[in-house]
Design a binder for this molecule. Structure first.
Ligand SMILES: Cc1cc2nc3c(=O)[nH]c(=O)nc-3n(C[C@H](O)[C@H](O)[C@H](O)COP(=O)(O)O)c2cc1C
Length: 152
């Protein structure tokens, strides 16, 4: 089972989160960070993504990461992404998300991933939905291989 948690102001990160969820398939579901209280964090794979806000994850995602206890995600595989403007001044929210997930004991199974918007309100840059699907397929491959190794 995979859980994708996202935040989104203008809908671009939501579109990326939904593309990832659809690609993983029936075993995946995505939720807006506002609904975090409704879920248990006991999925095999946890993916967290949000827009960059002043070089950081959004306040709600920061609050969520701070709320995690040190071993709350032990045994959970995780990955992070952000959406951003293509600039050298963008910052890196995905890396900060990964750091928060690791502090809670998660094992990161992919490098923090960026997806690009053309302007603050979007739209997404060309090809980013396909890139998100490809990224999701690569995560599934890693999960598949990990489980195959664990099963011997
Ligand atoms: C208050 C605010 C701060 C932002 N700061 C950054 C930033 O530091 N770096 C960056 O690349 N984009 C920044 N952006 C652009 C957002 O990343 C962009 O709006 C987002 O990717 C759109 O995703 P969404 O439609 O899911 O909200 C900022 C946007 C807002 C509204």
């Amino acid at each position: 089972m995979a859980l994708i948690i996202y935040d989104s102001a203008y809908g671009n990160t939501k579109r990326i989160a939904e593309a990832i969820t659809e690609t993983i398939g029936a075993s995946a579901r995505c939720i807006l960070i506002d609904d975090i209280e409704k879920v248990n964090l006991n999925d095999d794979l946890l993916i967290v993504g949000c827009p960059i806000n002043a070089w950081h994850p959004t306040p709600k995602i920061v609050e969520f990461l701070k709320s995690l206890s040190p071993s709350q995600l032990s045994g959970v595989s995780a990955a992070s992404f952000d959406t951003r403007i293509d600039s050298i001044f963008s910052g890196n929210a995905a890396r900060r998300i990964a750091s928060g997930l690791k502090k809670a004991g998660a094992i990161m199974v992919a490098a923090p991933q960026a997806f690009y918007v053309k302007a603050t309100a979007g739209p997404l840059a060309d090809g980013e939905i396909e890139k998100a699907k490809e990224w999701a397929r690569s995560l599934m491959k890693v999960m598949h291989n990990t489980h195959a190794v664990l099963a011997g």
